[in-house]
Design a protein around this ligand. Sequence first.
Ligand code: MG
Length: 159
Amino acid sequence: MVRVGIGYDVHALVAGRKLVLGGVTIPHSKGLDGHSDADVLMHAVCDAILGALGEGDIGHFFPNTDPRWRGAPSRVFLEEAARQVASRQGRIVNVDSTLVAEAPRINPHIQEMKSRIAEALGVGPDRVGIKTTTNERMGFIGREEGIAAMAVAGVDLPA
Ligand code: MG
């Protein structure tokens, strides 16, 4: 039985932080603020997979009050989501995602981001979709105050 899940995340862009998207550090004047590395794309993908399982969200598994996750690479969150799938004898069918960012240009990094997400989930990169769009200069994303990501996941679980 294939189940689907949805994930959404947003983080603020601030000076003095690295910008990590899909596990790739991208040169930029600002980075995303957060307790972990604030990888908004990996967080959305993680929530999509957990949602397909009917599980709690990323904050349930990794509370941002827990010092263990301070500065943590978000890969560990995806690895845990994949473990949750495996523990149910399930299989990740695919994930698809959209990053909404006004800057910087993300397209040159998409293949590497797909590889990093696929590695963390233990699936082939052909099962990971990443699209990017701007917010047409509107709102907080358009003003480059933050970056948002949304994702869906299909997970095949034994009936
Ligand atoms: Mg987050």
